[in-house]
Design a protein around this ligand. Structure first.
Ligand SMILES: [Zn+2]
Length: 274
């Protein structure tokens, strides 16, 4: 260590002013631009110090690095938004039509850690156009803002992703990167046998991440719990298990029902936060 200081002070003592520097009357090298010293004397030995220009340049470099980091982080988070339409669905655009639902959504974001531990998300169901997607996506966007990676997707998108990986060798979405999944509009479409196989696989993967799901569906609970086919029943039941809180978004009203088991726990969590 001492050798290191010796080397520094020796170099400083031998140093001559460069073009944009000068020596002041006490012999310290100064910056011509900001007229601040570039050296200081401690116990008769010379050490280098940054002048104002250097400090400002450092700050600028650090700010640029921070900004770069921020952009990279945001880019990474936005990777999970598979349809840019979802990006604009945020709490600040809530028209307050379903105040009770809005409150639950805010509570969910606030107590996300607990919801995550319980693998307990929310199902929003009810007729079209009544804000289910809005509420679910606004939770997702609020989580992103807290640097929690969320995948915004549909079952169709995930099925196609898996089929494309299988048949075209494309890289499939790595579900392990996400801490919450928003699956929009389940039950909206018909599936072929091949689709169903892929759906079951990807839903199984989702289930095994043990992360909360935010699901929206136009179907009623009966149709979701007892769909036409056994395959769909297997798929929906796995999805619903990770979304034990059930919110019926219906007209101007909304109603809450919940799956057994986890509901009391999640409720306790949500109400303890308020
Ligand atoms: Zn300077």
């Amino acid at each position: 260590m001492m050798e290191y200081f010796e080397a520094i002070t020796r170099r400083q003592a031998a140093r001559e002013p460069k073009q944009d520097e000068y020596k002041d009357e006490s012999g310290l090298i100064m910056c011509r631009k900001c007229r601040q010293p570039l050296q200081c004397r401690i116990k008769g030995r010379l050490f280098p110090v940054p002048c104002r220009c250097e400090r400002e340049a450092d700050e600028k470099a650090r700010a640029a690095l921070d900004e770069f980091d921020r952009i990279q982080r945001e880019k990474k988070l936005n990777e999970g938004i598979k349809n840019s339409f979802y990006k604009d669905l945020t709490f600040d655009k809530d028209d307050g039509r379903h105040r009770e639902v809005s409150k639950i959504c805010c509570d969910f974001v606030r107590s996300f850690k607990e919801a995550e531990e319980l693998s307990a998300g929310i199902l929003f169901y009810g007729a079209c156009g009544l804000g289910k997607t809005f509420h679910a996506a606004s939770i997702g966007n609020a989580l992103l803002k807290r640097n929690i990676p969320v995948l915004f997707s549909t079952l169709r998108y995930l099925i196609d992703d898996r089929l494309s990986a299988k048949y075209n060798g494309t890289e499939k979405i790595d579900l392990r990167k996400y801490r919450c999944f928003f699956i929009d509009d389940i039950g909206a479409e018909q599936y072929t046998k091949q689709d169903l196989d892929a759906a079951f696989q990807v839903v199984d993967e989702l289930y095994n991440t043990k992360k909360p799901l935010l699901i929206t569906s136009n179907m009623n609970m009966k149709m979701l719990e007892h769909p036409d086919s056994l395959e769909l029943e297997r798929i929906y039941s796995r999805l619903l298990e990770r979304a034990p809180k059930r919110i019926l978004v219906d007209g101007d009203k909304s109603r809450l029902t919940e799956a057994k088991n986890k509901r009391l726990l999640l409720d306790a969590v949500l109400s303890s936060e308020t």
